[in-house]
Structure formats: C-alpha cells, structure tokens
Design a protein around this ligand. Structure first.
Ligand code: G6P
Ligand code: MG
Length: 212
C-alpha cells in the first residue's frame, strides 16, 4: 500500500452532530420532526440528496427556488457551527495516525462529499498533512460512485489497488470497493459489513492495519 485516503465527516471529525442540528432545525421550520435515526440516512450523502431525503421524510414538495433557498439556509447554519471547530475536535488518535503515516512515507488524500471540506481542514489545522484534497467541489458523481476516490488516486499518481480508504458511511465503503481499493470501515462491523476490515477508533492503531 502506498497511499491512504480519508473520508472527512465521521472519520476525522464528528460533524454529523452539526449536520443533524442544522437539518432538524430546518425540519422544524417546515413543520415536522427529523430524528437522529433519520440522520443516519444522510451520512456520506450530498447536500442536495440530503435535502431530498429530508423532504421525503416530511412528505413535502418544494419549488426549485424554495429547495435552493432551504439548502443554502441549512448550509449557512452549518457553516456557523463548524466555524467553531478547533484541533481539539479531531477524533481521538487521528492526528497521531496521520503523523505516523507521513513519517513512513505514505501519501495522503482527502476523499469527501462535503463542499465545506477545505474550510473544516483549515479549522482543524490539518491541511498541510494532505498531498491531495478531493471534495464535493471536484466531483459530479456521489458515493457509492468511485469518482471521488479514483480522482484522489489520480492526483497522487498511485494505482487504486495501492490505496487504502477509511470510511464511516455505507455508501462510502461501497465507493471504495467500486474503486478497487482496500476499505477500512470506521464504526460498527455489522453496519459496515462490506468493508475489508472495521475499526472503532484510530487510538493506538498500528499501521499494519493498512495491509490485508
Ligand atoms: C459528507 C457528510 C454528509 C454531507 C455531505 C455534504 O458526506 O457525511 O452528511 O451531507 O458531506 O456536505 P456539505 O458540507 O457539502 O453540505
Ligand atoms: Mg463520512
């Protein structure tokens, strides 16, 4: 293995709680309740698709104009929340793991659906660790399409078969497998059953996990 590609939300930082807060406020405004369980459906899913799913749950149809307005409103609230992020919000063990990867000569890329990824990495002070950043502003096809990860491999000049992906979302695990990469799930093994291996934390994680 020569390169490691990290998803952002749910792998490097727990932004799901902020996405949830912003989406549930929007649902309240539209007159229905959006639960934390519903929020699971939005992990790894693009902003536009997330709003479509939310509206399906609320059984609401919006004009294109209102759809765009609510998507922008949700993002404004989300951006306010994530602008408070600091390096302390990096999930346990992640920074140490990335530091060890760099020392051992692995190339590192981000592979995220978020259009706020650059902003978040900056607040976490992690930008200099990344040799490539591929996010929602660079790709047109959402996970489980492999585009985001294949673009990362291409940027790094590494064969996809020599890349390892870390992902917390089911659609993300699929995307990594569709890119012919080794996929390590971050979360629960029964949820991420298609991953090659599943970890619950980066704390004290050996680099041996990269090799099958
Ligand atoms: C990640 C998150 C999703 C989010 C998506 C788009 O994949 O897991 O919950 O909807 O990024 O994020 P954005 O910051 O562009 O709204
Ligand atoms: Mg994720």
């Amino acid at each position: 293995m020569k390169a490691v590609i990290f998803d952002l939300d749910g792998v490097i930082v727990d932004t799901a709680k902020y996405h949830y807060l912003a989406w549930s406020n929007l649902a309240n405004e539209l007159g229905f309740t959006f639960t934390e369980q519903d929020n699971e459906l939005l992990k790894g899913v693009s902003r536009v698709r997330s709003l479509e799913i939310l509206l399906e749950i609320g059984n609401i149809t919006l004009s294109q104009e209102d759809f765009d307005k609510y998507a922008a409103k949700k993002n404004d609230e989300y951006v306010k929340l994530i602008s408070e992020l600091t390096p302390e919000d990096i999930l346990p063990g992640v920074k140490d793991f990335i530091t060890r990867l760099k020392k051992s000569g692995y190339l590192i890329s981000l592979g995220s659906a978020s259009k706020n990824a650059v902003f978040i990495l900056k607040h976490l002070e992690l930008t200099p660790y990344f040799d490539s950043i591929v996010d929602g502003t660079h790709v047109s096809k959402a996970k489980p399409d492999p585009e985001v990860f294949l673009t990362a491999a291409k940027n790094l000049g590494i064969d996809p078969k020599e890349c390892v992906v870390f992902e917390d979302a089911v659609a993300g695990v699929e995307a990594g497998k569709n890119a012919s990469m080794r996929v390590i799930g971050v979360g629960e093994a029964d949820v991420l059953s298609n991953a090659d291996h599943v970890i619950s934390t980066f704390e004290n994680l050996s680099l041996d996990v990269l090799e099958a």
